[in-house]
Design a binder for this molecule. Sequence first.
Ligand code: CA
Length: 395
Amino acid sequence: MQRSSAFPTRSGGSGTLLAVALLTAGLLWMPDPHKGGAIAQTRQIESEAGPIAVETIASGLDEPWGLAFLPDGSMLVTEKTGQLRRIAKDGTVSDPIAGVPEVWTQGQGGLLGVALDPDFKDNKLVYLAFSEPGEGGKAGTAVARGKLDGDTLSGVEVIFRQRPKIDGRNHFGGRLAFAPDGTLFVTTGERFQFEPAQDLTNTLGKVVRINRDGSIPDDNPFVGDDTALPEIWSYGHRNVEGAAINPATGELWTQEFGPRGGDELNKPQAGKNYGWPVVSWGDHYDGEKIPNPPTHPEFEDAVRHWVPAISASGMTFYTGDAIPEWDGNILLAGLASQAIIRLSLEDDAVTGEERLAMGARIRDVAQGPDGAIYVLTDGAGGKLLKLTKISDSEG
Ligand SMILES: [Ca+2]
């Protein structure tokens, strides 16, 4: 293969063997075209579409959580510990962007999802989901927006607050997805409190739908119902850390952490109940059994579920041309599974699944304007990785 020129120490057959050995071990280093001759670490993974190059664009991120592309191809990345940073196309990581609200950073709480306004080119508005501190150490999921002016967010206002704020370090949800009509879906979690997910007088364990200024869309399912909060879109959710709009249909899809086993892919519809904690494909961590969804047909079942859990966070629908075989597929960012989970679809049904072993917990996945796939690895020392198919002419 042509890339064997990267190995100065061998020629002929032994060089090819060395290249194959290093590729197999995932240790190949290739020149990085973005860095003017500098060397970036690139390795190769195998997939049903052929070999995929995985390039490290940036590293040393502090618990990166969410990723959004700016029109110029640079990226906004949230760090759960409270910083919003811009990563240039060449991998340069900025200092923290000023103006980010105070964030409650314990357990699963912190600075979470990030999204650009659908009219960002004109209004420069950036939306951040985060855990907002309350009185007495309580916290709740919130959404703020502000205008990105250089490396400062200005005019920052909170447009959604989960209610009520409560104690506890877990299940904040925190993904944002703009629908084609310009409304904003916000995913939450039930803060590890179980039953509140069934109670329509709070926004724990709900998917919420708001207008861009935080007002309530007139056509939300519970508008005019005195027994329910009008911002609720769907309920009976546990901890929804993945959300994306299917570009083929304009509908919201979400990814939800189940208990022990039972992670779910859902297609939340207006006013529908997704069953938690009454039903689940998993069991409680103490071993207590939970009835399976088919025992309660009044609830909406998941499109797909996983036992054992894949433990996925971010998700996207892929429509790029860097890996054309994956057009229209769902990509899930797998934490415990340390994989990108790829799902092929036909008429909203999952027709196939492939797990791309990444060797690291994956927190978010997004498609770049170049059509490539970008993922964030989880935890301290997090990385931004770029995936592209290695074409036949290269391989
Ligand atoms: Ca469910």
